[in-house]
Design a binder for this molecule. Structure first.
Ligand code: EPZ
Length: 429
């Protein structure tokens, strides 16, 4: 079993380069199914969710060649839309994108129920609504989602999403790019990774416009060709390190970012009293005095990102005053709270709202990462706390953070990754 051990109380100082965005890489990896040509994907983060998505493609006949640490070539010439009800699919939420990609290229998909972080119910009714708007028929068979194009194949259609769902927007785009005719998606998600997917698909010959707005138009084409594409930087990884800098009172420059993607995070840190300086592709965060309280309301992009909620929960727990966090996207994103309370945080949750009573000192404790961003929050809390914090559930953190321990050590954190082996000997990894 792996553990992250942090000896807290040290200020973070230095530069950090963010990796490619996990939530952009995942749809683009699955979108490569739509062309029988080779696609070369650059700036892929080395995280388990992305590596698992590549393994799923390989298990279905794709050839995946790793060209270097962050670049792979995917050849889906011999890809077969076999029944993917295996356990790999159940390990990540993004496996739902197999539905749209296989429906788009082959006219049918049979995919096991997906997994992902547990925030309460995570239905795919909006995905299905989109497929049905293209004439597909959806059903659930033996615990798998089954979608089949109507006679004559998919035809363009218009769908209004009841929720600006990232996954549903992605899946309808994947299904529509090869459908006959024009598709429109109204109330579409506007996240930067939606734009990245559209840019990738257009590089392959698709005809998508309006990505990044709430109204996306797609004109179906006969076929797509391969391309070489570079994934955008991970705004959530960058935001996580920005919050860590503010939490420890240090000075950190995150490099290789798109500052516009982090506008809400930057504004909130400034509101709390941190110093934030923006460059063309970097942001420097520093803190010399105590942080002020602030309220957070998460919402669909360009609202405050829900994926930065737990990290700010940890930061507000150390600020002066009482803050309120309202979760506007998921039913229950507060599973991190119980773990922070073990570190002397004072947080009360009622429904989708948490009241955080800030206090100067968190204290190190043994805690567990119960989901990806909850794990990031515990690392931030451990860096700021007095004493030693031991974090288990490290595999959850490795799903979405590329070498977070190495990157934080590079900023001066006293943090190690230790693994206990079968013979009960614990070693630094
Ligand atoms: C994506 O999840 C991300 N995951 C999540 O990031 C992120 O938190 C979320 O978008 C919101 O930005 C990946 O990209 C792999 P949604 P997704 O569909 O697509 C409800 C992380 O930490 N909904 O936008 O599942 C849903 O229950 C992860 O990197 C329906 O009701 O999010 C939720 O309440 C965590 N019906 C809300 O909409 C549907 O058909 C937003 O979900 C679809 C969604």
């Amino acid at each position: 079993m792996k553990k992250i051990i942090i000896n807290g109380g040290r200020k973070l100082r230095g530069d950090i380069f963010v990796s490619g965005m996990k939530n952009a890489a995942l749809p683009i990896v699955f979108a490569s199914i739509l062309t029988a040509d080779e696609c070369t994907l650059e700036n892929l983060p080395n995280v388990t969710d992305v590596n698992l998505s590549l393994k799923i493609l390989e298990s279905m006949g794709a050839q995946v060649t790793r060209l270097n640490q962050t670049t792979v070539r995917v050849d889906t010439r011999h890809f077969l839309p076999v029944n993917t009800c295996g356990d790999m699919v159940s390990k990540l939420r993004a496996s739902t994108y197999l539905l749209g990609a296989e429906l788009g290229r082959f006219g049918e998909a049979l995919v096991g129920l997906s997994g992902g972080c547990d925030f309460g119910v995570r239905p795919i009714d909006q995905h299905i609504k989109g497929f049905e708007a293209l004439g597909a028929v959806a059903s659930v068979e033996n615990g798998c989602n089954h979608v089949v194009a109507g006679k004559g194949g998919l035809r363009g259609g218009s769908v209004y999403l009841d929720i600006a769902s990232v996954g549903a927007t992605i899946n309808v785009m994947l299904a529509a790019v090869l459908a006959r005719g024009r598709t429109t998606i109204d109330n579409a998600a506007r996240e930067p990774h939606i734009v990245d997917l559209a840019n990738f698909l257009n590089m392959c010959g698709a005809r998508i416009s309006g990505a990044g707005t709430s109204f996306i138009k797609i004109t179906g084409v006969e076929k797509l060709h391969g391309c070489t594409y570079t994934i955008i930087p991970d705004m959530i990884e960058a935001g996580t390190y920005m919050v860590a800098a503010a939490a420890t009172g240090g000075r950190v420059t995150v490099r290789g970012v798109i500052p516009k993607h982090l506008e809400t995070v930057t504004a909130k840190l400034i509101e709390m009293g941190a110093g934030v300086d923006e460059g063309d592709d970097c942001i420097t965060v520093s803190r010399t005095s105590r942080l002020n309280r602030a309220n957070i309301k998460t919402y669909f992009y360009p609202g405050f990102p829900t994926d930065m909620h737990p990290q700010f929960g940890a930061l507000l727990a150390t600020a002066d005053g009482t803050s309120v966090i309202t979760e506007g996207v998921f039913d229950n994103r507060f599973r991190y709270v119980d773990e922070l309370v073990k570190m002397n945080a004072e947080i009360k949750v009622v429904g989708r709202t948490a009241t955080v009573i800030g206090k100067p000192g968190l204290t190190g404790a043994p805690v567990k990462a119960v989901d990806l961003r909850a794990g990031a929050a515990l690392i931030i809390a451990g860096l700021a706390a007095e004493g030693v914090t031991e974090i288990t559930g490290v595999e959850t953190i490795e799903r979405g953070y590329d070498d977070i321990v190495g990157k934080l050590r590079g900023l001066g954190a006293d943090i190690t990754l230790r693994e206990t082996f079968a013979d009960n000997i614990e070693k630094a990894v």
